[in-house]
Structure formats: structure tokens, C-alpha cells
Design a protein around this ligand. Structure first.
Ligand code: ATP
Ligand code: MG
Length: 422
């Protein structure tokens, strides 16, 4: 036997048995975002490496060690997208969209990061990404929180908590960076290897460290929110006021800096306690300087990304909230002319009742054999078309779940009958 071919570690198949939940989840998310006035868009999975390195920042986990990058045949450096914002910003600039007014867009698709695979962390994973271009107003920051909060309710996530922080303006952040740098230089002996490296390149990221030995040191570090410029301070207050009026509880986490360079002012994360170390189900923030940095006109912007796999882990054992059970018929047909009639009749039922699932038996087996499969299929009813039924222009319908007897129905009345009972 030849050696079995396997998928790449950390890149998963979505099996048919699990896909209904994914489809229902995506449908719910789409409907919600469309109802808030957001428009779907789609960017390529592959972009020039520079799109990401410039947007995300050279000294970030993603760009330093997580990107799938290669040279294509023409020698260009290409990258599988590790996140969606950079590509969407590139799209906004390339098509001059912010000139047409405020842009509210959303997207979902696969992202790729070379991380150590574990529960809730994969090398190909899926995000819903929501971005707004063209407004500084804290009202939009709150609207994004409102949308995510509503989504958790719709899909049955009850214990996600919201953490927020403000990273101020880029000017105040650079003076804060110096302050922080000096604090860590004074305590250099307590820093781990990663943090020593970040000390010169990106000291803010030390706050993000998950090393428990550095916890006390980080806890006592100077806090960005104590050093905000007046405008950012006002913006943060307005944001918090909106959250209060929406009655959405939050806590302020001064250590929340997010992994990417491009954020300023509002940053936030939704965290669930049920996923261990992979608890962040949604992260986002404002990135007012990024469009300009990527070559566009100055345009304020804000967005977030939700990790779909983590949502699925949280709700897969309670899917009833999302999945509407569609009526399912199993069509048993005995003999050749019954096979052709059943095919045509299924087509007519489908066109009259688009929400019904029909499985046509393909085995040409005996009645007993086909009924066995009907029972196994989890269908609600079997439609049975045998020689005798056919010669009398009739069809039998048999409930497969619960009570009720088999009934003989006139062939031309079956659709009406189904519409009455389903
Ligand atoms: P983490 O701290 O868990 O590594 P992150 O800050 O790198 O997350 P973001 O870049 O903010 O994550 O991505 C937004 C969301 O995408 C995360 O909150 C998470 O739900 C999901 N996500 C990120 N990386 C992965 C991954 N490797 N596998 C599955 N989901 C992921
Ligand atoms: Mg990460």
C-alpha cells in the first residue's frame, strides 16, 4: 500500500458532520452585520509580504516568526495572510473607497500563522473581521462592542468578559514608551530573553508577556492610561459612557496592548474563561494612523477580529440555539418506474418547499433494505413509492420519529399534504 497522505499539522478539515454549525454561525454573523449596515468584502489570501510587514510592524510575533512567506517564480516575496486588516486597508487605498464616505465592511476567511498547534490555536484558522474607515467618533468604537455583545447573546455565549484600554496618540505613546523603557532598564535583571529583546525594539510588548515570573514587575510598571493626552482621555471617557448607556459591563486592563503595532486609542478584547490559555475570542482596536502609513490619505479607522474556531469550541455542545432543524424526508422507491417518478416528485417538492431536505435512496434495494437506511438517516418521514402505490397513483408516507401510522396519499395531493404537516 502507498503511504497515506495527511493534512499539514495545525490545518484542519471541516468534516461534513460539523459543518452545519459553521454554516449556521456564519449565517447568523452575516445577518447581524448586514442589519447594522456593514457590507461584505473579500480580499485575496495571498498579498505581497510588505503589505503585512509594514502594517503589522516588524517587531511583532506575527511578522517575526509566524508568517508563511516564500518567493514566487518571479522572485517576489509573497505571504499567506496572517490577519485581515492589512489586506482590507490595502484594498481601501487601492480603490480610493474612504473618499466616498464612511466605510463599514466585514469579511470572513482563513488566516495562517506558524504557531504551535493546540486546542483553540491552529496554523490555519478562521476569522470574522469587521472594519470601519472614516470616523474618529467614539460612538463607532461602542457600536463595534455592541455588535459583538449582541452576537454572543444570539449564539449562546454567556460568560465572555470585555477588557478595554486606551493606547493614546502616537505622540504620547512614544513618550510613554521612553518612560516604560527606563522603568524596565532599571529592573533589567528581572526581564526574560524575549523582553530583553523587546526592551529596545518595542517595550510596550513587554506588558503583553505571559511569563508569570514577570507578573509583579509588569503590575507595577507605569500605565499608559495615566499618561493619556487630553483628546485621547476625552475619547476614552466618551467610549466608556456609550458602553454604560448600552449597559455593557467592562473592566479596564492597563496591560492590554494587543500584539500589533498599528493600534492607538481604543483597544479591547473579549475573553471567555472556558478556553484556558486560548481565551480571547475577539480582539480589536483603533488604528487611525495605518491608512496613511500604508500610502493612503489620513483616515481614522477601527476594527476587530473574532476567532471562529474558538466560538465553535464554546457553542458546539449547545447548537440548538443556532441550528434550525429542517424537515427531512427519505424517499424510498421500488422498481425502475418508481425511481423516475420519485426523482421528478422530489424536484417538485424542492421547488414548492425549499426548506425541506430530501434524501433519495440510491440503492435500488428491497423495501426492507431501503427502510433500514431511512431509519438510520435521522429523517422525519419516509416517502414510499412501490409498484402497487404507483399503479394506484398513490404514495405512502410513514413517520420515522414518534407516533403515527403510515398513510396512503394521492400522488397529486402529496405536496399539499406535506405543506399541511410540516
Ligand atoms: P492570541 O493572544 O490568542 O495569540 P492574538 O492577539 O494573536 O491572539 P489576534 O491577532 O487579535 O489574536 O486575532 C483575533 C482573534 O483570532 C483572536 O482573539 C483569536 O480568537 C483568533 N486567533 C488568533 N490566532 C489564532 C490561532 N492561531 N488559532 C485560532 N484562532 C486564533
Ligand atoms: Mg497570537
Amino acid at each position: 500500500m502507498s503511504k497515506k497522505i495527511q493534512a499539514i499539522r495545525g490545518m484542519n478539515d471541516l468534516l461534513p458532520s460539523e459543518s452545519n454549525l459553521w454554516l449556521a454561525l456564519e449565517e447568523t454573523i452575516n445577518q447581524l452585520l448586514i442589519s447594522y449596515g456593514y457590507k461584505y468584502c473579500r480580499t485575496p489570501i495571498v498579498e505581497n509580504t510588505e503589505t503585512f510587514s509594514r502594517a503589522i510592524g516588524e517587531v511583532t510575533d506575527i511578522v517575526e516568526k509566524e508568517m508563511y512567506t516564500w518567493k514566487d517564480l518571479s522572485g517576489e516575496s509573497l505571504t499567506l495572510r496572517p490577519e485581515a486588516t492589512a489586506g482590507i486597508v490595502r484594498m481601501m487605498i487601492e480603490h480610493n473607497l474612504p473618499r466616498e464616505g464612511i466605510q463599514k465592511v466585514f469579511y470572513h476567511g482563513p488566516m495562517f500563522r506558524h504557531e504551535r498547534p493546540q486546542k483553540g490555536r491552529y496554523r490555519q484558522f478562521h476569522q470574522v473581521d469587521v472594519e470601519v474607515f472614516g470616523t474618529y467618533d467614539a460612538k463607532i468604537d461602542a457600536e463595534l462592542i455592541d455588535i459583538t455583545n449582541t452576537l454572543w447573546k444570539l449564539i449562546g455565549i454567556n460568560n465572555a468578559s470585555l477588557e478595554i484600554n486606551s493606547l493614546g496618540s502616537s505622540e504620547t505613546r512614544s513618550s510613554y514608551k521612553k518612560l516604560l523603557q527606563n522603568y524596565f532598564i532599571d529592573n533589567k535583571s528581572q526581564l526574560d530573553e524575549d523582553s530583553l529583546r523587546r526592551l529596545t525594539t518595542n517595550p510596550l510588548r513587554i506588558l503583553d508577556s505571559k511569563n508569570s515570573e514577570m507578573e509583579a514587575l509588569i503590575e507595577s510598571a507605569p500605565k499608559m492610561i495615566d499618561h493619556l493626552d487630553d483628546e485621547s482621555d476625552e475619547h476614552f471617557s466618551a467610549f466608556k459612557n456609550y458602553l454604560d448607556c448600552l449597559e455593557i459591563p467592562y473592566s479596564i486592563n492597563p496591560r492590554l496592548v494587543r500584539g500589533l503595532d498599528y493600534y492607538n486609542r481604543t483597544v479591547f478584547e473579549w475573553i471567555s474563561n472556558d478556553l484556558g490559555a486560548q481565551g480571547t475570542i475577539c480582539g480589536g482596536g483603533r488604528y487611525d494612523g495605518l491608512v496613511e502609513k500604508m500610502g493612503g490619505n489620513p483616515t481614522p479607522a477601527i476594527g476587530f477580529a473574532i476567532g471562529i474556531e474558538r466560538l465553535v469550541l464554546l457553542i458546539k455542545d449547545q447548537p440548538n440555539k443556532l441550528q434550525k432543524n429542517k424537515p427531512h424526508l427519505y424517499f424510498v422507491a421500488l422498481g425502475e418506474s418508481a425511481q423516475t417518478t420519485s426523482m421528478k416528485l422530489s424536484r417538485d417538492i424542492h421547488s414548492a418547499m425549499p426548506d425541506i431536505i430530501i434524501t433519495n435512496d440510491m440503492s435500488m434495494g428491497s423495501l426492507k433494505n431501503q427502510m433500514k437506511k431511512a431509519n438510520k438517516s435521522n429523517a422525519d418521514f419516509a416517502l414510499i413509492l412501490g409498484e402497487e402505490e404507483l399503479s394506484n397513483n398513490q404514495i405512502s408516507i410513514k413517520p420515522l420519529k414518534g407516533q403515527g401510522d403510515q398513510q396512503l396519499i394521492k400522488l397529486e395531493g402529496i405536496i399539499q399534504h406535506l405543506q399541511e404537516i410540516l
